[in-house]
Design a binder for this molecule. Structure first.
Ligand code: GDP
Ligand code: IMO
Ligand code: MG
Length: 425
């Protein structure tokens, strides 16, 4: 089995968690390489649901190594809560199999505060609609070279001095711009100490761990968010603060780029988006409500209603070229059952010109009108289909059209949330 990268091809929530959980069976290690607890990855095994925000979605498979890579921003309290909840269910979360890179950046309380102050301060039209988890401010500190790294938790004096340094500018902002109270560095330090002590046993040189694990089998890299939320290639400024593209699986986990062999793009059979930003195929009619309700489209992290629309091939083709997809896993195909007709956006009308890729100027996607192709729907319930031939003819036609338009094979089709409701071609 080749080392495999799983990425979301749209704006997140494509069903990455489910596919990672399914493929983890064949992996020796599962690695998160970017993002933080802005992610919400849902696994359903034997009818039981488990939502993970930070811990790799391979954790339910006994014996597999799970790594939080250097490219992740880790909220230590959320990590410990997740660990405790899994332990209570009898899942092995010992440091022998669950490891955090010493280089991972830590989300501090002041990052969450800054995230929320900034969002409240912005006008309605400029709000990003962040998850409020402190993701952006933590990545800012990393780039400003004042971030707290996981290894600092083992060195309290260094930790104290770094907190003091990080709060100088932030307190000026809290007090003078946001009219909030200043944070006392000593209190922040004292509050984090017991948390830090519990994190230290999980610290590891995860580059070496991954290199060793690769000798025993496949490494599975678990992306978070989606390619169109990428800080460079997404719908800037309505994006997250990390690179979500497949290439970052190498940098964000401390591997060389040749480690990445198979790149599986998770494609939801329609499109959803949470938070602000352009979404050309968004539906404001009853079809949008049908997708939202039948797909239970509520955010796994914030509980917000997800905006819904048709499948957008312009978005998908951009992902194919940015990430070198070798394969597509098509999810939530069952949600389309019952629709008379299904539309696929095959191009955009951008100021009267037909374009096949998203234009690159800021917010230009907001001026793009979708050009649709319409395919016939199907009525049959497909949630128990076990192989491709069992699918209705029109569902097969839909899949084949996606392959033709993207130039990428659909190797996996998901027809329900459970691990078992998956067709491998
Ligand atoms: P992720 O962030 O990409 O891991 O996706 P989320 O977990 O946030 O959202 C995907 C949702 O769809 C979850 O509730 C999954 O349980 C569910 N899901 C995944 N695959 C399928 C599928 O094929 N059919 C249906 N009906 N639900 C699915
Ligand atoms: P998974 O991994 C969907 C969105 C937020 C917001 C923008 C920036 O479950 O697919 P942030 O808190 O990252 O600064 O918010 O990005 N966003 C997601 N949307 N799924 C996610 O993760 C997301 N993570 C962030 O809604 O629009
Ligand atoms: Mg999600």
């Amino acid at each position: 089995m080749s080392n495999t990268v799983i990425i979301g091809t749209q704006w997140g929530d494509e069903g990455k968690g489910k596919i990672v959980d399914m493929l983890a069976e064949e992996a020796s290690a599962i690695v998160r390489f970017q993002g933080g607890n802005n992610a919400g990855h849902t696994l359903v095994v034997g009818g039981e649901k488990c939502i993970l925000h930070l811990i790799p979605s391979g954790i339910l498979h006994p014996g597999k190594i799970c790594v939080i890579g250097n490219g992740v921003v880790l909220d230590p309290e959320v990590f410990l809560k997740e660990i405790d909840a899994l332990a209570a269910k009898g899942v092995d979360i010992s440091p022998e199999r669950m490891m955090i890179s010493k280089k991972t950046q830590i989300i501090m309380p002041y990052h969450r505060l800054l995230d929320n102050c900034r969002e409240s301060y912005k006008s309605e039209e400029s709000k990003i609609g962040t998850t409020g988890r402190g993701i952006g401010p933590c990545y800012e500190d990393k780039a400003s070279r004042i971030g707290i790294r996981a290894a600092d938790f083992a060195d309290p004096e260094l930790l104290r001095s770094k907190i003091e340094a990080a709060l100088v500018e932030k307190n000026a902002l809290f007090v003078n711009l946001f009219k909030a109270e200043a944070l006392d560095p000593e209190k922040v330090f004292q509050d984090i100490l017991p948390v830090a002590e519990r994190i230290v046993p999980y610290l590891a040189d995860t580059s070496s761990v991954i290199q060793e694990a690769a000798k025993d089998g496949m490494i599975l890299f678990e992306g978070a968010q989606g390619i169109h939320l990428d800080i460079d290639h997404g719908t800037y400024p309505f994006v997250t603060s990390s690179n979500t593209v497949a290439g970052n699986a190498a940098a964000g986990s401390g591997c060389g780029p040749r480690t990445l062999e198979r790149i599986v793009g998770i494609v939801k059979a329609y499109t959803t988006r949470v938070g602000s930003g352009p979404f050309p195929t968004e539906l404001f009619c009853s079809n949008g409500d049908t997708l939202q309700q039948n797909g239970h489209e509520f955010g796994a992290t914030t509980g917000r209603k997800r905006r819904c629309g048709w499948l957008d091939m312009v978005v998908l083709k951009e992902t194919v070229r940015l990430c070198d997809l070798t394969e597509i896993a098509l999810t939530k195909l069952d949600v389309l059952s019952g629709l008379k007709e299904i539309c696929i956006c095959v191009a955009y009308d951008y100021n009267g010109e037909k374009v096949a890729y998203p234009p690159q100027e800021q917010n230009s996607m907001a001026s793009c009108k979708p050009v649709y192709e319409t395919l016939p729907g199907w009525d049959d319930d497909i949630t128990s289909a076990k192989n491709f031939d069992e699918l209705p003819e029109n569902a097969k036609k839909y899949i084949k059209r996606i392959e033709e338009l993207s130039g990428v094979k659909v190797g996996i089709v998901s027809v329900g949330p459970d691990r078992e409701q998956t067709i491998v071609r």
